[in-house]
Design a protein around this ligand. Structure first.
Ligand SMILES: [Zn+2]
Length: 97
């Protein structure tokens, strides 16, 4: 008879343990999801500032064919690859607008 009680206790204990582990896992997943969402929100904000606006001074495109990244108008060197931004590129870019 006591064996049945011990078996029931073990089963209830295991169930409680599994429930606890699952609860912790759920909390971790929710926390991770919130963290990721916050990071995405911050990244989206950053991207919102990034692209050059037509109303602003034209951004300078890097002369390197492998890079070609946009740089602020006041930049003298590419912020990605570090190659100097020629005034010729800047003038051609300005003429487009
Ligand atoms: Zn570059």
């Amino acid at each position: 008879m006591s064996e049945v009680i011990v078996t029931i206790f073990v089963l209830v204990g295991l169930t409680a343990l599994v429930a606890l582990v699952f609860g912790v896992w759920v909390v971790v997943q929710i926390g991770r999801g919130l963290f990721r969402a916050a990071g995405r929100a911050l990244g989206g904000l950053d991207i919102g500032i990034e692209p050059p606006s037509p109303m602003m001074k034209p951004w300078v495109r890097c002369g390197s064919p492998l890079c070609g990244s946009e740089n602020p108008p006041h930049a003298s060197y590419c912020r990605r690859c570090g190659s100097p931004l020629s005034s010729r590129t800047r003038a051609r870019r300005a003429a487009m607008f």
